[in-house]
Design a protein around this ligand. Structure first.
Ligand code: SF4
Ligand code: SF4
Length: 164
């Protein structure tokens, strides 16, 4: 019996692993509609808090930010969403329900978001307003949920759309 087990184990010793070598070698799997790290448009957000209300993962809370006089006049209280990417399930509801199209999502996901420091997963409004460092694409917008506009960065399926 032991011999049979050892034989089986030896067989698998020289096979490639079925698991992917993340984060060392292979890029994360992405599609044209991958839901990854958010982008926040501070010039559109009114601070209505709807994104916080619809978030099923309780990943969003509202944060007051100090800004110079006259900036972001549409947001009287100067409160904007703060998103904890550690809690986020990337469902996209906050993007879908934002009445002002202030939130969208990029294809920055997988190991690009890996960290050993959990405190860095809490993204403040000003951080969300800055595009992620790596080469990213906006993949999910409010307009796409409404079906009224094709994301210009994503080519229509069947016409050479990339899956990079
Ligand atoms: S991101 Fe959209 S839903 Fe969230 S507070 Fe701003 S305007 Fe409201
Ligand atoms: S994508 Fe979903 S889970 Fe993540 S912050 Fe938005 S609503 Fe919450």
């Amino acid at each position: 019996m032991v011999w049979v087990t050892l034989k089986k184990a030896a067989k698998y010793l020289f096979r490639r692993p079925y698991t992917r070598m993340v984060p060392k070698s292979e890029p994360p799997f992405k599609t044209d509609h991958t839901r990854g790290r958010h982008i926040l448009d501070l010039n559109k957000c009114t601070g209505c808090s709807l994104c916080k209300m619809v978030c099923p993962a309780n990943a969003i809370d509202m944060e007051h930010i100090e800004v110079e006089e006259g900036k972001y006049p549409q947001n009287k209280k100067k409160i904007f969403p703060r998103i904890d990417l550690h809690k986020c399930t990337y469902c996209g509801l906050c993007v879908e329900y934002c009445p002002f199209s202030a939130l969208s999502m990029t294809d920055v996901t997988g190991f690009e978001l890996f960290t050993t420091d959990k405190s860095t997963t809490l993204k403040h409004p000003q951080e969300l307003a800055v595009p992620p460092e790596s080469k990213y694409r906006v993949t999910i917008t409010k307009a796409m949920f409404l079906g009224v506009l094709q994301n210009p960065q994503v080519k229509p399926a069947g016409k050479g759309g990339s899956h990079g």
